[in-house]
Design a protein around this ligand. Structure first.
Ligand code: JA2
Length: 289
């Protein structure tokens, strides 16, 4: 189901979605820069008053220039620092390039594949969000415009780390929240590999989080859930759902190189550990999933 109705009133964009009924996040808009439909979804890009440019897919905020660093640093560095030596890495989704930009800071990586279903998201990000899409410039990056499910079928026993940087489970991201997809992720991992997925919010998507975590629990012996503060996502927090084939997840296994330290605005060794400390209700929800 897509949400492509006009959500702009008096210069304010409101993110209205049945996944979070009865609430909306509003952002003041100065200008619409792009409004177009791809074969998969409606793509809008706005100049906002105080959050820089903002990418919206099917009416849902995917990133703003002001706070994208929080989500992208955590989506990349939590799984990549948990792994002792990530050489072959796959990002599924993430067509804006921000997760790639952060992943590319890891010199251990030899091949950095990205499988994004919608090439238009990549093209628009390269044109309008160069400081995010610069992730595509790294020579180790190999772009595959494909369905993630089909791509995984062709890559058994291939990856040390897979990052699922998906949109919400409505529209093209839907299949990425289902058990068959997680079975394929597991098959695509090398021994000792791990997967990290966009895990929604424990405050407002309890059913989605619970279902996702129960899938990960049924397939991975080691699993964990981290949370990130991102003002422009609903409720101001978003989670990372992780599962591994034996590798510990809740602390970094390598030290952060000095050359990387100076680029980081959110991730640190302390933040890595702290992100897994969850409020009581969330801990209970995940234990009961
Ligand atoms: N942003 C994206 C993406 C996939 C492609 C392009 C941009 C995200 N995944 C994160 C979205 C989080 C949505 C929270 N409601």
């Amino acid at each position: 189901m897509a949400h492509t109705g006009n959500q702009i009133m008096n210069g304010w964009f409101s993110e209205i979605c049945p996944m979070w009924p009865g609430m909306a996040l509003s952002v003041e808009i100065e200008k619409t820069l792009v409004s177009t439909a791809s074969p998969y979804q409606q793509i809008d890009l706005y100049q906002t008053r105080s959050y820089g440019k903002m990418l919206v897919l099917d009416g849902i905020i995917q990133l703003t220039e002001r706070d994208e660093f929080a989500y992208h640093e955590m989506m990349a560095h939590v799984p990549l620092f948990a792994h002792p030596c990530p050489e072959r890495v796959l990002v599924i989704g993430g067509g804006d390039g921000g997760t790639l930009r952060e992943a590319a800071r890891h010199k251990e990586i030899r091949i950095l594949d990205i499988c994004e279903i919608d090439g238009m998201v990549i093209d628009i990000s390269k044109q309008y969000l160069p400081e995010v899409a610069c992730g595509f410039d790294d020579p180790r990056v190999c772009v595959h415009i494909r369905d993630g499910n089909l791509f995984l079928d062709e890559h058994p026993d291939t990856y040390d780390v897979i990052i699922v940087d998906s949109s919400d489970p409505i529209g093209p991201g839907e299949a990425l929240f289902e058990k068959p997809f997680y079975e394929k992720l597991k098959r695509a991992l090398k021994p000792g590999g791990l997967v990290a997925a966009q895990g929604e919010s424990v405050f407002i998507h309890q059913e989605t989080v619970s279902r996702l975590f129960s899938i990960v629990k049924s397939l991975f012996d080691t699993r964990a859930y981290a949370s990130i503060t991102v003002p422009s996502y609903p409720g101001g927090t978003i989670g990372i759902c992780l599962g591994s084939l034996g590798v510990a997840l809740t602390q970094p296994s390598r030290t952060i190189p000095d050359a990387m330290q100076k680029h980081l605005k959110y991730y640190s060794e302390q933040v890595h550990k702290a992100a897994f400390a969850l409020p009581r209700f969330a801990k209970t929800l995940l234990e009961q999933s």
